[in-house]
Write a protein that binds this ligand. Structure first.
Ligand code: DAH
Length: 338
């Protein structure tokens, strides 16, 4: 019959507890646990060997080995708690944020001034129940000119400094957003209330007030019984929403081939030092019956008004921008102001 020596148990306990104490991180400690308390540990072997002892000795040695296992597990548990605390403290230290550091200044982006103004104009009209319509920038001459009553030999055709698209018969970069009204009228039965924002092109030399690329918002209303009074009321409401409640508008007689009568519309301003006057903001008029007819709308039954707003011009007036080039040069120092 085999025997277990007490001194062997004592030595094992001393060795195991020393190893637990010496483990200096959780991985290390796990290895110690496997080595001294795992399936293949000496302790396990000894406990399995108990069954070969005679009953008295089995009891005594069994109690001693149990005591050893308990002591070992208690020591492992304590050490694990200690090491976990150390690990947490180390990690917190490593991930610590110094909230007193000055923040790095991020400048959030925002829409370009022209986009902001376009959006404001759109919002005003959408608020009045208009829908937004769009058309192509490379436009058929039929829409840009013919349907709008601008005939081939009409001076307006030359005045507009049209840019033609090479290699295409009768395709131009649209000189205004008015072709979108023709597109809407040829496809939609009245009542119509649309605004048409977009880029427009003319072969203009660049200076403080001209750019070959610019943008407009076109407006069109066609229904039964629409009058010049509706046009005036609409533009007054629009001007006050955009420029301020105290504003007045003034319609001056003008000429556009697609409207009859036509008007240039000014908005009043009060400047510093009692300085006041009128600023031109858009062109407008009653849709010429020829245009209605050409676009397939019964001109006996329906009337309409239209207007065209220059977005750059409105942006410059509203924000005191003196040079249109500032709107296209993408100088962050300028753009940041808006
Ligand atoms: N299309 C004109 C231009 O580009 C602006 C304009 C004037 C549009 C009168 C209209 C209008 O719809 O009725 O100069």
């Amino acid at each position: 019959m085999s025997e277990i020596d007490v001194s062997e148990i004592d030595a094992l306990q001393t060795e195991a507890l020393a190893a637990v104490a010496a483990a200096d991180d959780l991985d290390d400690l796990e290895q110690v646990r496997v080595r001294f308390a795992g399936k293949r540990s000496q302790l396990n072997t000894l406990q399995k060997g108990l069954r070969d002892l005679d009953p008295d000795e089995r009891r005594t040695r069994g109690q001693q080995l149990n005591a050893l296992r308990q002591a070992l597990e208690a020591a492992l548990g304590d050490r694990r708690a200690q090491l976990a605390e150390v690990a947490l403290a180390t990690r917190l230290e490593a991930e610590r944020l110094d909230l007193t550091l000055p923040p790095r200044r991020l400048r959030p982006g925002r829409p370009h001034l022209l986009t902001q103004v376009e959006q404001e104009i759109i919002d005003v009209f959408v608020g009045m129940g208009y829908r937004v319509a769009e058309g192509p920038e490379a436009e058929a001459g039929a829409f840009n000119f013919d349907l709008l009553n601008i005939e081939a030999d009409h001076p307006a055709r030359q005045e507009m400094d049209t840019i033609y698209v090479e290699g295409f018969d009768d395709v131009v970069l649209r000189t205004h957003t008015s072709p979108v009204q023709a597109r809407v009228m040829t496809t939609t039965p009245p009542p119509i209330a649309v605004i048409c924002p977009g880029r427009t092109y003319r072969a203009d030399a660049v200076d403080a007030t001209h750019s070959p690329v610019f943008s407009q918002v076109e407006g069109l209303v066609v229904a039964e019984g629409i009058t010049m009074g509706d046009l005036r009321g609409t533009l007054l409401a629009f001007s006050r929403r955009l420029f301020g409640h105290e504003r007045e508008i003034r319609l001056r007689p003008s000429f556009f081939p697609f409207t009859e009568p036509s008007a240039e519309v000014d908005v009043s301003f009060e400047g510093a030092g009692g300085n006041h006057g009128w600023l031109e903001i858009l062109g407008a008029g009653m849709v010429d019956p020829n245009v209605l007819t050409a676009c397939g709308i019964d001109a006996e039954r329906y009337t309409g008004f239209a207007f065209g707003i220059g977005i750059e011009r409105v942006a410059m007036l509203r924000h005191g921008v003196a040079d249109i080039r500032d709107l296209f040069e993408a100088d962050a120092r300028f753009l940041r102001r808006f």
